[in-house]
Design a protein around this ligand. Structure first.
Ligand SMILES: Nc1ncnc2c1ncn2[C@@H]1O[C@H](COP(=O)(O)OP(=O)(O)OP(=O)(O)O)[C@@H](O)[C@H]1O
Ligand SMILES: [Mg+2]
Length: 344
């Protein structure tokens, strides 16, 4: 059952020790044939927490969340668990998943035009979400749709409800997508590259909107982005993915103050990061390995300036550097010194 707003924790109470996470992924694996594209992911999202997922193209960011929400084609096999509080939604019925999607979990995708129905008025699409997830109809549904349009900053909301997607700008369509995602009063908002298709000024506005709504509605947020500056601005915690695995995760502050995986360091750029402002992903030589060409040990080893023979022997597991910081690099502890003296 979905908790009422009053049941939710304030952000000050978020993630008290021992609290059940809102969502927990346990050993989530997605395979094409026998080849994993997401390999045994473990991740907890607390109530009210904002988690940023970053990594280069092809690292498994989208597939992870499509798998959780039952949106992958049948050609990809999903194993493991995604516990929405006590309920494992991996393998749940389509009927149950369609209640979860847009209900407890709202979704925003990169490209609003391909996600909205081009031949249906945008207001009708929001009203449909309100009917499905909150049982609203008629005047009540239209009034609530208008309120949501106003909430997400669509000017002249009453008239825009009757427009088709092609009659609105990219930024306005993205706001419609956000209004739709909020229609079911989600506890978790998953936003996959929500600003990538937009120009820079509109990107900043949409990001500020997501941030404001998250705080006002006390939602958890999963924000997927190529752009470290985007997630650093909005998220409490960052998960760095590579080749379907978590390379490093930590509080935003800790990850920027002491990046503890060579891949994260690569993303942040080669310069000392302590005083550095968050920036876009720096380019790293080489590319993400394909699932059929995965190195036997650490997947980053072929590109890593600090690699040594042990790195290709076995896949390193995530280990604790601090309570809020984990790295999957066997040289994590040595990295600050290695960075000072240069790669060996
Ligand atoms: N439908 C599919 N069939 C087969 N392989 C797929 C499919 N969708 C994704 N993959 C593979 O899964 C891997 C992860 O893809 P995913 O889309 O999750 O990457 P991503 O991190 O979201 O990248 P981007 O930043 O480009 O969005 C890639 O190797 C991709 O080729
Ligand atoms: Mg993606």
């Amino acid at each position: 059952m979905k908790g009422s707003r009053g049941d939710r924790l304030s952000s000050a109470d978020r993630d008290p020790a021992g609290a059940t996470p809102l969502l927990e992924l346990r050993g989530l694996t997605v395979s094409v044939g026998h080849l994993p594209v997401v390999a045994g992911l473990n991740l907890k999202i607390a109530r009210g927490e904002a988690v940023g997922i970053v990594g280069e193209s092809g690292s498994g960011k989208s597939v992870t969340w499509l798998a959780v929400l039952g949106l992958l084609p049948g050609s990809l096999a999903v194993e493991g668990e995604a516990l929405l509080e006590a309920e494992n939604i991996i393998g749940a019925s389509e009927q149950r998943l369609s209640q979860v999607r847009g209900g407890r979990v709202g979704l925003i995708f990169q490209d609003p035009i391909s996600s909205l129905n081009p031949v249906q008025r945008v207001g009708a699409q929001v009203i449909e979400a309100l009917r499905l997830h909150r049982g609203l109809r008629g005047y009540a549904a239209r009034t609530e749709a208008r309120r949501l349009f106003e909430l997400v900053g669509i000017p002249d909301a009453e008239r825009r409800l009757d427009r088709y997607p092609h009659e609105l700008s990219g930024g306005q369509n993205q706001r419609v997508m956000i209004a739709m995602a909020l229609a079911g009063e989600p506890e978790l908002l998953v936003a996959d590259e929500p600003t990538t298709a937009l120009d820079v000024t509109i990107q900043a506005q949409i990001l500020a909107l997501i941030e404001r709504l998250r705080r006002e509605m006390n939602m958890s947020l999963v924000l997927i982005s190529h752009d470290l500056s985007v997630v650093a601005e909005v998220c409490d915690r960052i998960v760095v993915m590579y080749a379907g695995q978590i390379m490093e995760t930590g509080s935003t502050r800790s990850l920027f103050a002491s990046p503890s995986h060579p891949y994260t360091k690569g993303l942040l750029g080669a310069a000392p990061v302590l005083a550095q402002k968050p920036q876009r992903l720096a380019s790293i030589r080489g590319h993400v390995p394909e699932p059929w060409n995965m190195p036997p040990g650490c997947p980053f080893e072929p590109r890593c300036p600090y690699a040594m023979p042990a790195c290709s022997a076995a896949r390193p597991l995530l280990s604790n550097l601090a309570p809020d910081h984990q790295s999957a690099c066997i040289r994590a502890g040595e990295l600050p010194a290695l960075a000072r003296h240069g790669p060996t």
